[in-house]
Design a protein around this ligand. Structure first.
Ligand SMILES: O=C(O)c1ccc[n+]([C@@H]2O[C@H](COP(=O)([O-])O)[C@@H](O)[C@H]2O)c1
Ligand SMILES: Cc1cc2nc[nH]c2cc1C
Length: 349
């Protein structure tokens, strides 16, 4: 059996009994019922993932930034030159990017994984060389990846999740880097949520009206030739190496029963692929934030997920997800540390 199939069959739904125990405990904590809003649902989700209530407070968050290049760059869908992908990978490895600063703030490690950057990359301790190919082919012209390449990248993401968990991580965080990857994300989202390309294609790193029109037309063209019957085909046809690796990362986290915080539009487009491959895996995912890229909201709605933050971010790298890490930790901490009405001698309503 392939690593992908093994991983999919290893995923178990979260424990409903622990979720119910958490809900019952939330009602006894010294606060009006429901007063901690979305953090109460998150606490219950973490209990379900840990299969016990109260759940442990995650203390070793680990970000994986998956990087790849995109043949669709040739269509003029982004103002940035392709070499920025490799240059930013070097910046992540040196600790100088936004995600590095935010990760230091919350005590998270940052690992950069080259799954498909066009250029050769130097060696660095936190840069993992897992290149499947030097960028995808142009999704406007034909399949971006072969099915074999898509599966290899998926399995790379599964393996990375496993290695980080084996290294002690107890909360995984998604990150991405890839100039032009919001075009592939829009195509995945349009295909998998059956939305109109114009509704889910956005301005990415910041494009003018003419470029947005061209980008939307590229997504429309790709969708017109797409066979949507199989998620792996959709991924290979219009996805990127980082999307495939992220989808694998999300499946791998679920198989290892470790919660994972999703970042922006690239992560949620990968989550659509992963949930189509394995619906139960979604029990392990937390939406860290909602990106301003319009496809992000469409994907989250399709997944039935409510984001923790809405800070109008559109960076990627894992930035919005890292910012949500303290909220995830807080949700678990409330269940273990807040006194009950009984224990504190506080009267009920
Ligand atoms: O995370 C997001 O929602 C997000 C929104 C817009 C842009 N990005 C980042 O910007 C790059 C892709 O933007 P673009 O315009 O080149 O498609 C890529 O490196 C992403 O990490 C990320
Ligand atoms: C500078 C820069 C940093 C990024 N981080 C994630 N995507 C990015 C795109 C650009 C262009």
């Amino acid at each position: 059996m392939s690593l992908l199939s093994e991983t999919v069959v290893a995923v178990r739904p979260a424990c409903q009994r622990a979720v119910e125990e958490a809900d019952a405990r939330q009602a006894r904590l010294t606060k009006p019922p429901g007063a901690m809003g979305q953090l109460e649902d998150l606490g219950a989700q973490l209990a379900g993932i840990a299969r016990t209530c109260p759940p442990p407070v995650p203390s070793r968050p680990a970000v994986a930034v998956f990087a790849g290049d995109h043949g669709v760059h040739a269509q003029g869908v982004t103002p940035w030159p392709q070499e920025v992908t490799a240059q930013m990978v070097a910046n992540f490895a040196a600790g100088g990017a936004v995600v590095n600063a935010l990760a230091r703030q919350v005590g998270a490690s940052v690992t950069v994984v080259d799954v498909g950057v066009a250029a050769d990359l130097p060696d660095a301790p936190n840069l993992w060389h897992r290149k499947v190919a030097r960028g995808t082919r142009d999704l406007a012209e034909g399949p971006a990846m072969t099915r074999e390449q898509a599966q290899q990248a998926l399995e790379t993401g599964i393996a990375v999740a496993g290695e980080l968990v084996d290294g002690g991580a107890d909360l995984l965080v998604t990150g991405d880097m890839g100039i032009a990857n919001t075009t592939a994300s829009a195509a995945l989202i349009a295909a998998l949520t059956r939305s109109e390309p114009a509704e889910v294609t956005g301005r990415g790193t910041g494009i003018d009206d003419a470029t947005l029109q061209r980008k939307t037309a590229v997504v429309e063209r790709a969708l017109n030739r797409l066979d949507r019957s199989e998620p792996l085909t959709v991924l290979a046809e219009v996805g990127g190496f980082e999307h495939a690796a992220l989808a694998g990362f999300l499946l791998g986290s679920a198989a290892r029963r470790v919660p994972v915080v999703l970042d922006g539009v690239i992560a949620v487009s990968a989550a659509l692929v992963a949930s189509a491959l394995c619906p139960d895996a979604a029990d392990y995912w937390v939406a860290g934030h909602v990106s301003v890229e319009p496809g992000a909201r469409a994907a989250l709605d399709h997944l039935g997920m409510e984001p923790l933050l809405d800070l109008h971010l559109r960076l990627g790298e894992g930035s919005g997800a890292v910012l949500a890490v303290p909220l995830v930790q807080s949700a678990a901490r409330l269940l273990s540390e807040v006194a009950t009405f009984d224990s504190a001698g506080v009267s009920g309503a």
